[in-house]
Design a protein around this ligand. Sequence first.
Ligand code: S3P
Length: 439
Amino acid sequence: MSLIRVKGKSPLKGAFSVPGDKSISHRAVMLGAIANGLTKVNGFATGEDCMNTVKAFQSLGVDINKLKTKLIIQGRGLHGLNKPERAIDAGNSGTTMRILLGILAGQPFQTCLTGDESLKRRPMRRVTEPLMKMGAKISGRDGANFAPLTIEGGALHPIHHISPIPSAQVKSAILLAGLYADGKTLISEPLLSRDHTERMLHFFGAELSIDEQTTAIKGRQELEGKKFNIPGDISAACFFLTAAAISPNSNIKVTGVGVNPTRTRFLNILERAGAKITLSQPKEELFEPTADVTVEGSELKPLKIGPDDIPNLLDEIPALAVAGAVIKGESIIRGAAELRVKESDRIKTLAINLTRLGADVKELKDGLLIRGGKPLKGCEVDSFGDHRIAMAMVIAGLTAEGETTILNTDCINTSFPGFIDTIEMIAPGAASWREKMDL
Ligand code: S3P
């Protein structure tokens, strides 16, 4: 069990890159595995979540070689996966479990899927219900809502699934299952969630049609393996960018970050609040846009985040909530009930931690009301086993007076193993990571 100690109040400076995008990394393995031929990627995210996707496909018989952040996947085609010998453990990764279910729905063998204690508490019905409608047999606690799950698939029939929530994991699972269906599968969502799966499927040669929030895919389309670079993860960059935006005299540049418009709403929110943000070196990396993002610290106006913003900034809310606590005035986050079923109940864990740090925070059913501007004071907070809460509390510590201790920080390795090294680079001496046993 490790903890992080952070000393506050130093400006953040420097130019650096962040690990490859987690969402795109998961999808690279999944699509590479069911494509024909080799898929070669650079910039793979090597955190535990994406490595759980790698291990899952290795246990399904896919040959995957990894050298640092390079990955070579020997595609087995749509029908080349093998029945795994043991249950697949997705660890803490909801993306691994939910999207993988879509692929397993098309396999004519039984697979058991499990995860850690947090993942076993996260709802799976949003994926298992439509997949069962397509013909997959799935069982698990509470009517296939909670892992461990057993799934057995085969030839599927197409459906038009109308998802009540915007969710890229649901959309991706249905689209990938759609590859195994006879006919056209459609998925509609109330607002457009991140579209990496659609972009990558198209790049791998599949035909899709996209009409506003409805995406359709024809079944039985073969995918072709590809070579590509994975852009830097904007959700990882977000912690530093947000911290710099609220820290006087800061100036940081994150290079080569993915700026897919379904992921950058937090930049728009910070800009609306008056943040100084510049995008330079724009590039289109085959199927995803990238840029260098520079942020300077300045005085910001309160943040206003509503339901329409949520699908495109859900993972960035922990960092934005910290900003809300620092910015003078009333910041509000609404329409974010999905946060309650993430790696932790993020509405609750943010409210608990920010209150401990001295902020005035009210927990709402679907968000947070933050009356910001009271100085944060260093204290002991907990990650609650949630990587994004841990990283958000580190940036809270950077803006607080005195020293903040964040307990239970091993979870950061699920997404961003080098996080503290980057903090050390942009704020030398501000943070240290210790094994609790050493103390
Ligand atoms: C993800 C989708 C989002 C996001 C998660 C990654 C993905 O989840 O919060 O971190 O890669 O598809 P939902 O689909 O539950 O919104």
